[in-house]
Design a protein. Structure first.
Length: 559
């Protein structure tokens, strides 16, 4: 970091943002788990990224630049070549007359400022930006890759000459470049998944961006076998096995960012299909506020995390962000005073000082057997990736009863639906009532692009539906949408945020659980007890300008 921990302490404690005791605890945790202290402060919710950046910039006596939210034109970026921008950790972001504003990780680097002045011929005004924001802004140099993508793929397709020997074909430079180009483009587009699908006459490459799939390129059949073989070699899979599914992993780096890929290959009618999940290992854990959990919901979750035992359950369909929320909670709880053990399928991110076990059914290592083994490792906190059966549920409940804090996920659409699901598995109602602390149900909605956000009036059918389902006058709600711009590829959305249903288990609900109630009975009592539904939380985020009412209805209607 640019300034020392001691200087940072003086800035934060002196400003009143962070107490001295809180800073010391965060400093100790940062040392213990091998994290930067600023990251620990942020994901614990003690200070926001922007507040921290502004305080440091005031200390350095320079303006603060929030470059992670800026769309920088190619003309401005081109004033300082990418290679040199990365060397000096600087990003030009605005030109006014003869004055060029430059975001810098170290605005006191006078050598870099002088270089920029000679390179551009403009007067340089340095701004401070956090290292993570500089890294993200440097990624904008890759924006033009989409214009060269089709050309790069086409050129290498012509050069590729896959033969009978797949291993040799997979090592050919054109095949290597095709895969590298696809992955570089996927990372630049902030994709979460890359799909390579073999059809009867062509191969389709698709990216999932902000939860929505879109076609990227089609190319004729001919090189798909070599391309899949290349992926298999990198993932340590069998290149001569085409009849059964295979799963693997590999890592690569792009511009100082470490990317882990989780690979799934399945045999299809016309050939093998590949899905690659992109996991950015250099990203710091998100804070609760960054996930979209605020207000009373945040307080309820934090109170549950402070309890020494019991269960915290997160529910929702696949792809709703449950694991991300679990990891966020784990990183807050991860201190040297406690032992944390997890059993996961798969392990998505490694966490320092946490014992993580990967489920492996082939060797008999299931959630239940792994959880039973973990109990002999003297844990304080246990995370079970998913409760899928009665045996796992019973061990998790007994773990919570015997003084452990247990975190897990369940595939139900609502928070209240988790209780009947666990009872249907055969768990004892009185034990379940005794152990549950809180249930969180969640979905992900697309964020409105901050570069093109504008107020608007939604269609009448949506307004009527809102009034009917929530009994809220639409005149009390502000509606926004993204008009579409270069920053969001004319989509109007950029990134995602969670909407949540938080169900704290009150004494009234514990008594009701013992009676084995229906979901409707639970929902009525939960709402009487003050539970905010997912639709209500979504509408709050609509009024805050985070998402659109269309997105909320698209996602919340599934509950």
């Amino acid at each position: 970091m640019l300034i020392s921990d001691e200087k940072l302490k003086k800035i934060l404690v002196g400003s009143g943002f962070v107490g001295e005791k809180e800073f010391e605890e965060a400093s100790k945790s940062a040392t213990d788990i091998g994290k930067d202290i600023s990251d620990v402060l942020i994901f614990r919710g003690l200070i926001s990224e922007d507040a921290l950046g502004k305080l440091i910039s005031e200390h350095l006596n320079v303006p603060y630049a929030d470059v992670k939210r800026l769309f920088i034109s190619a003309d401005i970026l081109g004033l300082i070549p990418e290679k040199l921008a990365r060397t000096y950790r600087m990003v030009p972001f605005e030109l006014k007359g003869k004055i060029l504003k430059v975001a810098m990780e170290n605005p006191e680097d006078f050598e870099a400022i002088e270089f920029a002045k000679r390179q551009t011929g403009y007067e340089i005004v340095p701004y401070y930006a956090r290292a993570e924001d500089i890294a993200r802004a440097l990624g904008q140099y890759k924006k033009n890759i989409k214009y060269d993508f089709d050309k790069e793929i086409a050129e290498n397709l012509k050069k590729a000459s896959p033969g009978q020997n797949l291993e040799r074909a997979a090592e050919e430079i054109p095949i290597v470049r095709i895969l590298n180009t696809i992955m570089e483009y996927a990372v630049a587009e902030r994709s979460s998944d890359v799909h390579i699908e073999t059809q009867s006459e062509d191969v389709i490459v698709r990216f999932r961006v902000d939860g929505v799939l879109r076609d990227i390129i089609k190319f004729p059949r001919g090189v798909e076998e070599a391309l899949v073989a290349r992926i298999k070699i990198l993932s340590n899979l069998k290149i001569d096995e085409h009849r059964i599914p295979q799963d693997g992993r590999y890592k690569f780096s792009i511009d100082e960012e470490i990317i882990a890929l989780r690979i799934s290959i399945i045999p299809g009618f016309y050939g093998e299909n590949v899905v690659m999940r992109i996991l950015r290992e250099t990203n710091r854990p998100l804070s609760m506020e960054e996930l979209g959990i605020t207000g009373i919901s945040l307080k309820l979750i934090r109170d549950s995390m402070l309890k020494p035992h019991g269960m915290i359950l997160i529910t929702g369909p696949t792809g709703s962000g449950k694991t991300t929320t679990l990891y966020s909670i784990l990183n807050i709880l991860n201190t040297v005073e406690v032992k944390i053990c997890t059993i996961e399928d798969p392990i998505e991110y490694g966490i320092n000082r946490v014992s993580q076990i990967q489920v492996n059914p082939k060797t008999g290592l299931t959630f239940a057997t792994g959880l039973r083994a973990l109990m002999r490792h003297d844990p304080d906190i246990i995370m079970v990736g998913e409760i899928r059966d009665k045996e796992t549920a019973e061990i998790a409940i007994h773990s919570a009863l015997t003084g452990h804090l247990v975190l897990s996920t369940l595939h139900t659409n609502t928070a209240t639906g988790a209780i009947p699901r666990l009872l249907d598995m055969g768990t004892e109602a009185f034990l379940l009532a005794s152990t549950l602390n809180i249930i969180i149900s969640q979905r992900l909605v697309r964020r409105i692009c901050p570069s093109c956000i504008a107020k608007y009036t939604p269609e009448d059918v949506l307004v009527k539906r809102l009034t009917k389902e929530l009994g809220v006058e639409h005149s009390k709600i502000k509606f926004y949408k993204g008009k579409g711009c270069d920053n969001c590829n004319q989509k109007g959305y950029s990134g995602r945020v969670g909407i949540y249903e938080i169900l704290p288990i009150t004494e009234k609900l514990r008594n009701l659980i013992i009676q084995k109630p229906s979901t409707d009975e639970l929902l009525k009592v939960a709402q009487d007890e003050g539970m905010v539904t997912m639709l209500q939380d979504g509408v709050d985020k609509v009024s805050s300008g985070l998402t659109t009412i269309e997105e909320v209805f698209r996602v919340a209607s599934e509950t």
